[in-house]
Design a binder for this molecule. Structure first.
Ligand code: SD4
Length: 324
């Protein structure tokens, strides 16, 4: 086994990532245990919660939902749930989706306000309605009907940041050009028995035009899961990624035989090829097949992308391969 420091440097290369993926093939071919793979460093705490849920008898959907609730509840994570940075009018609008690979069905909410656990509202859409996606006021009223408590999602810190942005005469806005930080949580997971789930939750791009919906709550973009193949999720500039149906693209690549790592890299290369300007964008994806092999890729070295891998009780924060 490589020491962790060597391993992290190693996976920065395509060769390293490919070898890492192969190692996961070997590690999981006889494995019937769960695997969780969320985006960004806050994914580590999400993994701990997800693992607790599944190891104490909860379903994989429960585990992914409860795992994603962790950054949603954490005001220090300023792109998800409570404390997420607001839109241009100072209103926090959340997007989330969860997809069940067994039923090939998702639940999703877009532009949800005043409810912190958007992924849990998305889960209720999946479990209690014949719809897939609810948006805006309808999503909010549905959340109230299904027992969620309304609350102010702005914290003192996120309000201050919005006021500073508003007061800045040189403020960047989406009428001009996208800009900003990211830390959406996307999570793909398997129960180790061939079942996969994909979940994603975000407050979207800060200072977005009110009503803007990103990739995260869109089936095939922020989430995709199919128990015949695997699952994928995404984080980064959703205004670009939505145009590529990122998660469906990756899962369809895997269906044609690509390993999760190769499927992620192929998607990134496709995005760069169709428009070379996209090489500058933050575009990050994660994937897992039904045997627990994993993949992750980001567009460029400028934007470092980390993901948290939980397997066999061990959790590691790993650096994704940068394709360009
Ligand atoms: C969006 N993809 O709304 C999300 C933002 C994100 O890390 O992933 N940030 O475009």
């Amino acid at each position: 086994m490589m020491r962790r420091i060597d391993r992290r440097a190693f996976v920065k290369t395509v060769a390293g990532a490919t070898a890492l993926a192969s190692a996961h093939v070997r590690a999981t071919s006889a494995d019937t245990r769960p695997v969780f793979l969320p985006t960004w460093p806050h994914g580590k705490l999400a993994n701990e919660r997800a693992a607790d849920v599944i190891l104490s008898g909860g379903s994989l959907l429960d585990a992914v939902e409860k795992g994603i609730n962790v950054p949603e509840n954490d005001p220090a994570v300023m792109s998800v749930g409570y404390g997420g940075l607001p839109n241009a009018e100072g209103v926090v609008e959340l997007d989330a989706a969860i997809m069940d690979g067994t039923r090939h069905r998702a639940g999703a909410v877009c532009s949800l306000h005043n409810i912190r656990n958007a992924i849990s509202v998305a889960r209720q859409v999946l479990e209690r309605t014949k719809h897939t996606t609810l948006a805006g006021e309808g999503a909010f009223r549905f959340a109230l009907q299904t027992g969620f408590e309304p609350e102010q999602l702005l914290t003192a810190e996120s309000l201050k940041r919005w006021q500073e942005w508003k007061a800045n005469p040189k403020q960047e806005s989406y009428w001009l050009k996208p800009e900003g930080g990211h830390d959406t949580i996307g999570m793909v997971a398997t129960d180790g028995k061939g079942h996969v789930v994909s979940g994603c939750s975000t407050s979207g791009l800060e200072w977005k035009i009110p009503g803007r919906v990103g990739d995260s709550p869109l089936v095939g973009c922020g989430v995709y899961a199919d128990d015949n193949v695997g699952a994928a999720s995404a984080t980064g500039n959703g205004d670009v990624m939505t145009n590529y149906c990122t998660s469906a693209f990756i899962v369809h690549n895997m269906a044609r035989g690509a390993a999760p790592q190769d499927a992620c890299v192929e998607l990134i290369e496709h995005i760069a090829k169709t428009d070379p300007k996209n090489k500058e964008e933050l575009i990050c994806v994660i994937a897992m097949d039904t045997s627990g092999r994993v993949g992750a890729a980001t567009m460029n070295k400028r934007n470092k992308f980390q993901f948290a891998l939980w397997r066999n009780g061990e959790s590691h924060l790993l650096n994704s391969v940068a394709v360009h």
